[in-house]
Design a protein around this ligand. Structure first.
Ligand SMILES: Cc1ncc(COP(=O)(O)O)c(C=O)c1O
Length: 378
């Protein structure tokens, strides 16, 4: 069917009155010819319209609101490839500043001007990088000692997010899990230690368990590991998966030790796009010190004009999220983040309280350390 009005650029016909709107949207083959941008836009928009109201999505796990200036800044950076540090060196500097700020929120002891960390597309990539670093450090130590390094494992609770299953499958690292129960709602440090041996690359406590919103007790785990490492001569470290908690604890519970203040916590990951308050996808991973990021994880490329050292599974990515994160740090400051997190947690606690008064329901836990909780039918 010929859509004359649009073919000849005379847009007298309304988009919804055009012949093209009667054609089915392509499923298998690219259409033979072009259509106008108005129609293409409307077709894509309408196909997703009913479902793309993220502010109505209470289980999205990512940021659904940023102010107009943040949105403008991010839209303006949507076509900037972050990785091209030669062309956009200030973006790289801003990335470094974000890593510094995140590292300092987590009490990094690293003295250098630029802290050791990496931007990621989300917590998944950030967790992978933390896990891989632990694996390589373990492998290098075993190699040096002339010991076998073909059976690595890591320990985590059954409340793990799917990324840890991917980590285990893709890198062939055995995942040993400590069960969560209604009695033991978070990772039991002693049970975790029982699963450790000379092949354990790390233990992974979670701050803001995806399914329950609870925090594993990293301080108790650190103490238990310290005793175990002293007894066995092993060096089993901790990677904290702080996807949600990484941006809650520093603001609402700064006294609580779960971060680099603890001896065996060598790396931490979080989602900038969760309580970091930036649109998806953004994650951060930080190491306690440069020595804990194996050299083999930094890759060098020079085809973009200069030598670039890069840590990450991904390569090209938009600069928008990095600028959005930096904007939020400047815009909100510590106080502003604290206010937002406090309000989110207060709303969450109110709902938690109300749910408890409803006859069929019972809360999974009386604690609400993060703006996230689970309840069940009695
Ligand atoms: C504890 C935990 N780890 C990792 C992830 C993966 O995060 P992302 O979606 O940012 O990749 C999530 C996401 O919900 C999570 O809750």
């Amino acid at each position: 069917m010929v859509d004359k009005n649009f073919r000849y650029g005379d847009a007298k016909t309304d988009t919804f009155g055009s012949d093209a709107m009667l054609q089915p949207s392509p499923v298998e083959k690219i259409p033979d010819g072009p259509t106008t941008p108005e129609i293409a836009y409307q077709m894509v928009k309408d196909e997703t319209f009913a479902q793309t109201q993220p502010r109505l999505n209470l289980a999205t796990f990512v940021t659904t609101y940023m102010d107009d200036y943040a949105t403008k800044l991010m839209n303006e950076a949507i076509n900037i490839n972050y990785i091209d540090e030669t062309e956009y060196p200030r973006v790289a500097v801003i990335n470094g500043k974000c890593i510094n700020i995140v590292a300092n929120l987590w009490n990094s002891p690293e003295q250098s001007k630029w802290k050791t960390g990496a931007v990621a597309i989300g917590s998944s990539e950030a967790c992978m990088l933390g896990g891989i670093a632990a694996w390589i450090r373990w492998r290098e130590r075993r190699q040096k000692e002339g010991k076998p390094f073909d059976k690595p494992n890591f320990v985590i609770s059954t409340g793990y997010q799917i990324v840890w299953e991917k980590f285990a499958q893709l890198w062939q690292i055995e995942m040993r899990t400590v069960p969560l129960t209604l009695e033991k709602t978070t990772l039991d440090p002693e049970a975790a230690i029982k699963l450790c041996d000379e092949n354990t690359i790390c233990v992974v406590p979670i701050q803001g368990v995806t399914w329950t919103g609870l925090n594993d007790d990293v301080e108790a785990l650190d103490a238990a590991l310290d005793a175990y490492n002293a007894k066995t001569g092993y060096d089993i470290p901790i990677h904290v998966d702080a996807a949600s908690g990484g941006f809650i604890l520093p603001f609402l519970n700064p006294e609580k030790k779960w971060d680099f203040r603890l001896k065996w916590v060598l790396s931490i990951s979080t989602s900038g796009h969760k309580f970091g308050l930036v649109y998806p996808g953004l994650g951060w991973v930080v190491w306690k010190d440069k020595q804990y990021l194996p050299d083999v994880m930094s890759f060098s490329v020079n085809y973009l004009g200069a030598e670039i050292r890069q840590v990450g599974l991904n390569f090209s990515r938009p600069a928008a999220q990095i600028l959005g994160q930096y904007y939020q740090f400047i815009r909100l400051g510590f106080e502003g983040y604290k206010n937002v997190q406090y309000n989110s947690l207060s709303v969450c606690k109110y709902i938690h309280e109300q749910i408890a008064t409803r006859a069929p329901f019972v809360n999974y836990s009386p604690d609400v350390p993060n703006p996230l909780f689970a309840w069940l039918m009695k």
